[in-house]
Design a protein around this ligand. Structure first.
Ligand code: AQP
Length: 359
């Protein structure tokens, strides 16, 4: 894991929860978010959410349910609310301490959207046009997608920089958006002659499965929006569903790969091996050796047992929390109040820097 480059990320606040991180001997401040777009899956878990809990002893952490990102594509309002609670429940179920760290939903902290407008005016059209996720999501329908879908990476930059976050744990797919965040920070600091105002945020991408692929196609990312439920393991899937999906997961007719180099040429096998290594917290090379030359059926049985053991408790805790929406809402409200206390003074500084008059 990269070491923190601690810069000017301290927000002045009297709230003991929000005391500047470096005064508490921490490595930096983390912001990361997940969209409440349904079907939270193994990729979201291994690429992001599981790491959230693992980082909380070393960093001051803000974990956000990014509901404003979700509406860049149409959402059913009633479903959006319940999915927002579901993501918050997943953070808690994965072990994030909502009392110590900040769990909240984005729309409860207006400073995100306020800073995003400033960043819309800093980011260049050329930069935004190069975002591969926009190209993939818009596809051939570019004229018809929302302006929000195009501008979403500027809001993501605002989510991070409104807290002057130094680190962002994400899956591999978000790397390009993180680079854009850094470009926006550098351009803002230069344009307004405010050296070091925003930190140059580092991605934290680690683990054996930073890009989990679809169970139906090892060349395609596992995704919430994939129409095939068989393509992903949802965090709320029960043991039978997990077993069935792994049994049906696409493989090739050969026995298990003999080496990592062999695995890399076989995307479906490589994906399953990466998932196994990540769930077992082992090196992939180790897992490849253990199953080299064996039948996929044997490997899949072991993978099923492991996945059920690791994901079962998380799914069960999520289901328990979902039955107590009052508790989840209280965590989100409390987190949002603490997040606002951090964000508002930074927005004030931005507004002063840009030249906006105060009310
Ligand atoms: N397949 C993946 N492997 C590893 N990490 C992944 N992440 C997403 N998919 C994978 C990481 O999960 C975090 C939350 O992602 P998100 O909800 O903000 O949106 P996304 O990246 O667009 O995820 P999806 O599942 O593909 O959603 P849809 O289908 O709605 O677009 C991020 O840290 C992401 O890197």
């Amino acid at each position: 894991m990269p070491d923190a480059t601690v810069s000017s990320a301290d927000a002045p606040t009297g709230n003991p929860h929000l005391a500047p991180y470096n005064a508490r001997g921490l490595k930096g401040r983390i912001l990361s978010g997940v969209q409440p777009t349904g079907n939270l899956h193994l990729g979201n878990y291994l690429g992001a959410i599981r790491n959230f809990a693992r980082l909380q002893d070393d960093y001051e952490c803000l974990y956000c349910v990014v509901d404003q990102h979700a509406i860049t594509v149409p959402q059913d309002p009633a479903l959006l609310a319940s999915q927002t609670r579901e993501i918050a429940a997943a953070f808690l179920a994965a072990g994030v301490d909502g009392g110590k760290q900040i769990i909240f939903n984005q729309s409860m902290v207006p400073a995100h959207a306020q800073l995003a407008w400033v960043f819309n005016c800093v980011a260049r059209m050329g930069w935004m046009s190069r975002m591969t996720q926009f190209k993939e999501k818009a596809g051939k329908d570019r004229e018809n997608v929302s302006l929000g879908l195009f501008a979403y990476p500027a809001l993501m930059a605002a989510d991070i920089l409104i807290y002057k976050a130094t680190h962002v744990p994400v899956g591999e797919d978000q790397k390009q958006h993180l680079e854009l965040t850094r470009d926006i920070a550098i351009k803002f600091n230069n344009d307004f002659n405010a050296p070091d105002f925003f930190p140059i945020t580092e991605p934290l991408i680690f683990g054996a499965a930073t890009r989990v692929m679809s169970l139906r196609d090892g060349t395609k990312k596992m995704s919430k929006s994939d129409p095939s439920d068989q393509s992903r393991i949802n965090l709320t899937d029960d043991a039978d569903a997990i077993a069935l999906k792994i049994r049906r997961a696409k493989t090739d007719p050969l026995p298990m790969p003999e080496s990592e180099a062999d695995a890399e040429k076989r995307p479906d096998a490589d994906n399953l091996l990466g998932i196994f290594a990540a769930l077992a917290d082992r090196e992939k090379t180790d897992v490849v050796s253990e199953f080299a030359g064996k039948q996929f059926s044997e490997f899949k049985a072991a993978l099923t047992e492991l996945a059920v053991a690791r994901l079962g408790p998380v799914g069960a805790e999520m289901q328990r929390l979902m039955k107590d929406p009052g508790h989840v809402d209280a965590v989100l409200r409390d987190g949002a109040a603490r997040a606002r206390a951090l964000a508002d003074p930074i927005l004030d500084e931005v507004y002063r820097t840009v030249g906006f008059l105060k009310p």
